[in-house]
Design a protein around this ligand. Sequence first.
Ligand SMILES: NC(=O)c1ccc[n+]([C@@H]2O[C@H](COP(=O)([O-])OP(=O)(O)OC[C@H]3O[C@@H](n4cnc5c(N)ncnc54)[C@H](O)[C@@H]3O)[C@@H](O)[C@H]2O)c1
Length: 266
Amino acid sequence: MEIGTKPSSHTSNSLAGLIALVTGAGSGIGQATARALAAEGAWVITTELPDRLERAEATVAAIQAAGGEALSLVLDVRDLASVTGCVAAAARAGQGRLDILVNNAGINVRQPAFDVTEEAWDLVLDTNLKGLFFTAQAAGRLMRDQEPCGGSIINVASTMGLVGYYDRAAYCASKAGVVNVSRALAIEWAANAIRVNAVCPAFVETPLTRGLFENEAIKRDILERTPVGRLVAPEEVAAAVVFLAGPSARMITGAALTIDGGWTAI
Ligand SMILES: NC(=O)c1ccc[n+]([C@@H]2O[C@H](COP(=O)([O-])OP(=O)(O)OC[C@H]3O[C@@H](n4cnc5c(N)ncnc54)[C@H](O)[C@@H]3O)[C@@H](O)[C@H]2O)c1
């Protein structure tokens, strides 16, 4: 749909017939999101790092077992050739169309700010911000050039893109960058009917964080900061992504949607 056209009155958020690419979909939030998009009717392309491709394939098998359609591709977002190759392969698989990109792949290295190494800083920023931007750029070019043009890009940021937290200087910097680069892309690409939004979850129980919650002091600190008093479920992030991806959110672009049980409202 072109920007500025009259909105239709229907309220369905069906994704039937749409093609979605979800990075890092072999685990945690990415896996839950790929499954949720497929459950709404999207045809889902999952990606994983070369040495973890079997995890994306497991997500594909779960989607197919539920009656959905999906395939898996290799992607390392730190490698520009891998990014352009993956988006080109996704375009071929989707017969030239890509409607939804979920930029989910991400990493964290926990270090006190006094001890952050250059290697860890580069790994976190290259994955979470540089890789995310160039994946959005490759997908955005496809969305610009397809007929009709347009699409929805959802970047997985974090509450740590909005507020600080301990031992995560590089991660907080990367996620703040994700929030603001989403706004920059939203205003530049609105004319191409491409919406760009960020989601900002608080702590979600996934392989990225599971070890952390074994530390009772950290878990107590997290729960005390969360008015609703519990961790976020991956499916709750997935539901927000599905909403932003679909026609119900057609007037929403440049947003940073918190999924944090009130953490950042205090
Ligand atoms: N778990 C949380 O508490 C939480 C909270 C807020 C935001 N997030 C964000 O959500 C996203 C998903 O996190 P998760 O908790 O599901 O973590 P996860 O570790 O379970 O999944 C991350 C996925 O990204 C993939 N990945 C890592 N480096 C990659 C690279 N260079 N190229 C391509 N893929 C790569 C991994 O293989 C993995 O499948 C991340 O961006 C993370 O920062 C997580």
